[in-house]
Ligand binder design. Sequence first.
Ligand code: HEM
Length: 420
Amino acid sequence: MTDIHPAPDHAVPPACPAHDKAVALAGLEYQQTPSELYRGLRAEHGAVAPVLLDGSIPAWLVLGYAEVSYVTSHDELFARDSRRWNQWDAIPPDWPLLPYVGYQPSVLFTEGEEHRRRAGVISQALAGVDQFELARDCRQLADHLIASFAGSGRAELMRDYAHALPMRAAVRMCGMPHGGDETRQLVEDLRVSLDAAEGDDPVAAYARVGERIHRLVRHKRERPGPDVTSRMLTHPAGLTDEEIVQDLISVIAAAQQPTANWIGNTLRLLLTDERFALNVSGGRLSVGEALNEVLWLDTPTQNFIGRWAVNDTQLGGRQIRAGDCLVLGLAAANTDPQLWPEAHVGAENSAHLSFSNGEHRCPYPAPLLADVMARTAVETLLERLPDLVLAVEPDELTWRPSIWMRGLTALPALFTPVVP
Ligand code: HEM
């Protein structure tokens, strides 16, 4: 973890009166039924609501589709470097959201020309991934994972499948020697670093992720190969090893966690919604439609922290002070009634904000690679285990406590055992 400096000329502002009514973005209601919380916040506060992050730290949740689009396309007003935050004096060193909010010298927090340089290297390194090869790799990985539980007639699909597959695919893409324990530990550390759950140490977990990526970069300097890491190392932009480590952590965390939850949320939809009537061959909607519907209605990266106001400004009728934190409410924005005036929320196109928007959006071609992983994972599972059903009632499923991620803690399923 790199050091975090409060912006020198921004003192903690006097208490904001709007935050007297702020709601914590945590707790059971948030965890189980965030869409109701967003609806309530929108009804009470409009498109920009005062909220409290862990430890009662004030921030703004941007709930409106137009407002999220505006914030993400005006970097000169709402910028990415979190050192601007006027709350750093109130934040303890073990604050659970620190791993992805505390400034790091990574692509995530760079701005302007420097951001274009770093994001350009990532985009070009990802563009070297052959999507047909990735689909073939994912199918192999899927078959291998399914074989490990197919004979038993039951599986916990989040742990045994949805998290494991994109992690292994990402690790392969980046040229990491893939082995059981190393990969499993990386998945576990990424989960802990994003969940900020009671009893976990997200800061230490994030540091362990960094150590693993350091080892990978050292290894690839000595033995480059046809992988994302080596393409970043040999890119003419000449990134330093430290910059590459930082950016690879962003790539691997960004690839694994949302893609895993995209797979999990899609499987849940397919297993619980009669329009998809498993087996899928009998359903009226396709896997592709289910994947797209999830991006609109149950998106994996439900909130993203965030942007920081460069100057005093206004947004959605709110007075925003320089250094205030804005949380991008991507899930809330996708279901904004301004967008769906007839109270019908559908999934006819892909104009959702699930990959965010603007300069810092999920970089091309990452959404396409995520689509290959998620589609192959879901289709292969349904082909191999066509009578898959949920092992519990739908309302017994529970959600992770993460502010960032909308993902199930577990997805237990049953099927007729398949003997190899
Ligand atoms: C192969 C899989 C993926 C890779 C390699 C990837 C990579 C990245 C990277 C490197 C960033 C940082 C961009 C920057 O700050 O300039 C990013 C941001 C982001 N990604 Fe992805 N991503 C993947 C999949 C996904 C999926 C499945 C989702 C959600 C459905 C997603 C949603 C986002 C969001 C919301 C951001 C934040 C953008 C912002 O700050 O506005 N990503 N991704």
